[in-house]
Design a protein around this ligand. Structure first.
Ligand SMILES: [Zn+2]
Length: 78
């Protein structure tokens, strides 16, 4: 086994997929990563932010606010 050079599908930068990483991926039964570490971290952050946002939207006052927000944007769309 040796280090692999992979290309990130998001930023198209090349990154190293080390032997150590390949082994741990193989142990978990995962396929090769498609994104570089920094893009993966960013995706994770976005996903976590969305989770927080969705949790907030479940609350009553936030629902009211979002209804007003949609009306506002609809007016501007025309
Ligand atoms: Zn990337």
């Amino acid at each position: 086994m040796k280090d692999k050079i992979l290309r990130c599908q998001d930023c198209y930068h090349q990154f190293v997929f080390t032997v150590k990483q390949q082994q741990s991926y193989h142990e978990r039964g995962w396929s090769d990563p498609i994104r570089c570490p920094s893009c993966r971290a960013r995706k994770k952050e976005i996903w976590q932010t969305n989770e927080t946002y969705r949790a907030l939207m479940k609350g009553g006052p936030m629902r009211l606010y979002s209804r007003h927000g949609r009306g506002f944007f609809r007016k501007f769309g025309k």
